[in-house]
Design a protein around this ligand. Structure first.
Ligand code: FEO
Length: 393
């Protein structure tokens, strides 16, 4: 893999993970990912900003070798999660003179998770700077982009913001910079949804804070680099705003076709009402795609059969995810089929406590719905449409 120049004496030295399929053993990566690390060299000193996943240590090492970097004065760790910090112990062995520059919280995590020796650290605070000689690094606390310790590093002279996970995307591509706008935006939205959506209020504060900095380039630690920061910052402002779209996400699972019939009838009725629909079959749906659609959907419908006295486990997982991600959902409905009784509606409702959508009257039916039953889903679609109209959608 090739070292790339961002600007005068600032190089990308990271790694592209073309075929990684899963992150955190949870999140599918349809487009792979990358771990962006950057080498900033001043007239006197050098700093590596973030590292790579431990599986890609060799890539980072070969890049630094290619640049003949026999010495490193600083390794800036913006975030303690191992996809950026996991290679730190190895690189402290290669560069024993390097000081690890990070904040107090991140230091504690690096000691806990990676056993980095206490005497390796240079602890910085909000607004602290490190001089490299004609290149000044300033540190900005940007917590909860999804961990509490994360900071960004601002290179004053070149006006580059190294934002770590913030503004990142799981996107493996050969071009370092943003190419296709739609592809970039979809990947960035999905990434925001997967890890940052639960911390929306913190993201708002971080975005506000960054307006004080004249940023000409945003260089995250995953995915593409932005030469036009407004592109991604405006997208974030929209995602964290209260704005929702005239859209319903239907999350369904069906064992013998009855719940499927309800979900599809509702979908058709919503389309007739000119509500955009996103349908996901929970038996094989991509969790990241669901998360992405939840970012701005006004309505979510959970559709499940009753099994063993409660909802299908796939619907339980979906309700758990919905609750954990805390989207802006304004209306929620639960529908489904049962054979002889149970408490699936109550159980699903009990799982959704972090968000407060208006719960529309659930529809549960015994067995296969007939024409009269299906008319109830036309009424539900009407109710959803009217709800959206109260939001001026
Ligand atoms: Fe890319 Fe939170 O690590």
């Amino acid at each position: 893999m090739a070292v790339r120049l961002l600007t005068d004496n600032v190089h990308w030295v990271g790694a592209i993970d073309w075929d990684r399929q899963l992150f955190d053993e949870l999140i599918p990566l349809p487009d792979g990912t990358s771990y962006n690390a950057y080498l900033v060299c001043g007239k006197e000193k050098s700093a590596l900003i973030d590292l790579v996943d431990p599986t890609k240590e060799e890539d980072l090492r070969s890049h630094l070798d290619a640049l003949k970097q026999t010495r490193l004065d600083y390794i800036v760790v913006n975030h303690a999660e191992q996809d950026h910090s996991g290679a730190l112990p190895a690189f402290l062995r290669i560069y024993p003179e390097a000081r690890v520059v990070t904040n107090e919280k991140c230091k504690a995590m690096l000691i806990t998770h990676l056993h980095v020796p206490e005497d390796k650290f240079l602890v910085v605070k909000e607004g602290s700077t490190v001089e490299l000689g004609g290149k000044t690094l300033e540190f900005i606390a940007t917590p909860w982009v999804h961990w509490p310790e994360t900071m960004s590093t601002y290179l004053r002279e070149d006006r580059i913001l190294f934002s770590c996970d913030f503004f990142g995307s799981h996107l493996a591509q050969s071009d370092l910079f943003m190419g296709d706008a739609h592809r970039t935006l979809e990947a960035a939205k999905r990434y925001y949804a997967e890890i940052m959506m639960p911390f929306r209020s913190s993201i708002v504060k971080n975005l506000d804070k960054l307006t004080a900095f004249p940023v000409e380039m945003i260089a995250p630690s995953h995915g593409v680099i932005y030469k036009h920061p407004d592109f991604i910052m405006d997208a974030y402002r929209d995602w964290v705003s209260d704005r929702v779209e005239n859209k319903a996400v239907i999350l369904f699972v069906s064992m013998h076709g009855s719940t499927r019939k309800m979900a599809f009838h509702l979908s058709d009725a919503l389309i007739r009402q000119q509500v955009e629909v996103r349908m996901f079959n929970l038996t094989h749906a991509d969790t990241g795609e669901i998360a992405k659609e939840l970012v701005d959907a006004a309505t979510v419908v959970l559709a499940t059969p009753q099994v063993l006295g409660g909802p299908h486990p796939k619907a339980v997982a979906a309700a758990y995810l919905l609750n954990a991600l805390r989207p802006k959902t304004r209306f929620l409905s639960i529908i489904g089929s049962y054979g002889w009784g149970g408490k699936m509606v109550e159980y699903l409702k009990s799982l959704i406590t972090h968000i407060k959508p208006e719960i529309l009257d659930p529809i549960t039916l015994k067995g296969l719905p007939d024409e009269k039953d299906l008319a109830r889903f036309d009424a539900l679609a009407d109710q959803i449409k009217k709800g959206h109209q109260t939001l001026n959608l």
